[in-house]
Design a protein around this ligand. Sequence first.
Ligand code: AMP
Ligand code: GLY
Length: 420
Amino acid sequence: MNVLLVGSGGREHALAWKIAQSEQLQKLFVAPGSDSIATLPHTNCIDIGATDCQALVNFAKDNNIDLVIIGPEQPLAEGLADLCIKHNINVFGPTQQAAQLEASKIFAKNIMLEAGIPTANSQSFTNLSSINDYLKQASYPLVIKADGLAAGKGVAVCQTQIAAMDFASSIFEEQKFGTAGAKALVEECLIGRECSILGITDGKTIRLLESAQDHKRLKDNDQGPNTGGMGAYSPSPIFTPSLKEKVLAHVFQPLLTTLQKKNIPYCGIIYAGIMVTHDAFYVLEFNARFGDPETQVILPRLDSDILDLFMHAVDGTLAHADIRWKNEAALTIVMASKGYPESSEKGIPIEGLETKLTNAIVFHAGTKKVEEQWQTNGGRVLAVTSIAPNLAQARATGYENVKHITFAGSQTRSDIGKDI
Ligand code: AMP
Ligand code: GLY
């Protein structure tokens, strides 16, 4: 098969790494990819941006692409899958309408209410004065979410009215999130433990992938601002077989039924961010794609051929797919650049990438190679994944492994997987 993978981050490096191992792969093209992705076998990076939908489709037609796989949320929200379908190109990734599950938190909330999926109580707002009126009489803590895509940064857990009003004004007055902040949700704050549950679906059948736990806050002990994710591990011990059954019955099945009822087809990954409280669980968000950095711990554990799985989803035969997992644990530690998540420092030399690490895969999220020297080139720079028979060992090996890689200003949490 000739495959076109869209994206360039750590998640796409993990996807490309796994796709490159498929026996069915002839050639993998990655748009735009990265210097590290380009080093994978059978892989070429092409200079087309991830949201340049027409150019991507033209490339797919000109190069006999058998399958387009869409990594990030932006091209999904912009309708890349729709354009592929229009041109009869196989595509793994939902249509623009289906991707609203991620691209609009209010759309997702309405679907959850219609489907009876457990989720936090909430109210939506379209301007500063009405949200402020609400915030003045609300009880705290509460959560404010910009409606649209904000790279994981559009959500604030607010302990006080002052903090809430500040965040509301960053959405509606400063317009920090642009049109993604044209609307906002205020949600009750849930206390519990989170895990990320990803399922692959053809719109009729959903098959859950192994669970993962992300660490979204920048600093240890879940302090500091929300980020795209500072580390992750798989499996998540809180995702017990009984919770898995409940999540299938009360989240994914009703979600698929509701999408079908609304004539919204869905081929791709559905990611549910779940909060498990002492006696219940709630969906915090849906994503319409693989998680980043969850993918960097889930895919190393997948034993099956990933292209086989993707083709089952495209063909509507997922019920028959053979999905096998390795009985191992994986833990990834993100190394972010100075200033992240507000900004990022580019061009800083990275040392130690040639070191032979123990049972590790170093996924590059934001790097480039300049005259044989790897440099930082984004907010999240590396996701160092370590694999071991169990999580405690993966964590111990992981923290030994990251010691060998250094760059000025690097930010790393020291408690990834500490709560296992
Ligand atoms: P989201 O993008 O909606 O998943 O939100 C990002 C992060 O904010 C989540 O991973 C949680 O850590 C936190 N969060 C979101 N919604 C809530 C909520 N209702 N209660 C408590 N924390 C939340
Ligand atoms: N790691 C969270 C996300 O991918 O949205």
